[in-house]
Design a protein. Structure first.
Length: 207
C-alpha cells in the first residue's frame, strides 16, 4: 500500500490510542508491521499472508502463512485490532472475510480496513469510459476482483456483527488519465475527501 495509506492507518491508530495485540491481515512484505514494531505501540504483533514471513521482521512478530480465503486459527491472545489494508479487493468473498475477522477479534476489538475508493472522480471516470471502476481495469485485473462501495461495507458490517463503520479518506488522488498528477497538487491541497481520494478507510467495532 502507498505511503498515504500507511500514514492514514498510523494516524487513526494514534488518534484512537489503540494498544494490546494487533493483527495485520494480508501483511505482504511486512512494511506496516515493521513501522508498528518500531513505534512500540502494541505488545503483540501478528501478521498473516500467503507469502512467507519477511526476513526484515523482528523475531517476536508472529506470522501465519496461509491463503486468506481460508479460516485463520490464532494461538493465544486474540487481537484487539485487525488491520486489513488494500486486501479485501483481492479476496473472493468479502462477507466470509468479515465474518472471519469478527470471529478472531477480541470482544470490543476494532477492524481498520482500507481499499480502493470506488466513489472518487477518477474511479467514476473509469466506470463511465472503461466499463469498470478504475482500480479494476487493465493491469489491476485479476489481482483486484471485488469492488465495494460504502453502502456495501455498511451492509456487510451489520450482517457480520460489527458496528456501523466510520469512513476516512487519504486525501491523495490522481487525476483521471493523468494519475501521476494529483488533485492536491493542482489545488494546493484544497481538494480533499471522497471525490479526490484514491483510497478509503473504514473503522468498525466488534460488539
Amino acid at each position: 500500500s502507498s505511503s498515504s495509506i500507511k500514514t492514514l492507518v498510523l494516524t487513526l491508530i494514534k488518534e484512537r490510542r489503540f494498544k494490546g495485540a494487533a493483527l495485520d491481515y494480508g501483511a505482504g512484505k511486512g512494511e506496516l508491521l515493521s513501522l508498528l514494531s518500531h513505534k512500540g505501540i502494541f505488545h503483540k504483533l501478528i501478521g498473516t499472508d500467503i507469502l512467507e514471513k519477511p526476513a526484515q521482521l523482528n523475531e517476536d512478530v508472529i506470522w501465519y502463512q496461509q491463503d486468506l480465503n481460508q479460516p485463520l486459527e490464532i494461538q493465544g491472545e486474540l487481537p484487539s485490532l485487525v488491520i486489513c489494508t488494500e486486501v479485501i479487493e483481492h479476496l473472493e468473498n468479502p462477507r466470509a472475510v468479515f465474518r472471519e475477522l469478527y470471529r478472531i477479534l477480541a470482544p470490543g476489538g476494532h477492524l481498520l480496513l482500507t481499499m480502493p475508493n470506488q466513489e472518487s472522480l477518477r474511479s467514476y471516470f473509469g466506470l463511465v469510459l472503461g466499463g469498470h471502476f478504475t482500480h479494476f481495469l487493465g493491469n489491476s485485473y485479476p489481482a483486484h476482483i471485488t469492488a465495494l462501495l460504502r453502502l456495501d461495507l455498511k451492509r456487510i458490517c451489520v450482517e457480520s456483527g460489527f458496528s456501523s463503520p466510520t469512513f476516512y479518506y487519504t486525501d491523495s488522488g490522481g487525476i483521471p488519465k493523468f494519475p501521476a498528477m494529483s488533485w492536491q497538487m493542482v489545488s494546493l491541497g484544497l481538494l480533499r475527501g471522497r471525490l479526490f481520494s484514491d483510497n478509503i478507510a473504514m473503522l468498525a467495532q466488534k460488539a
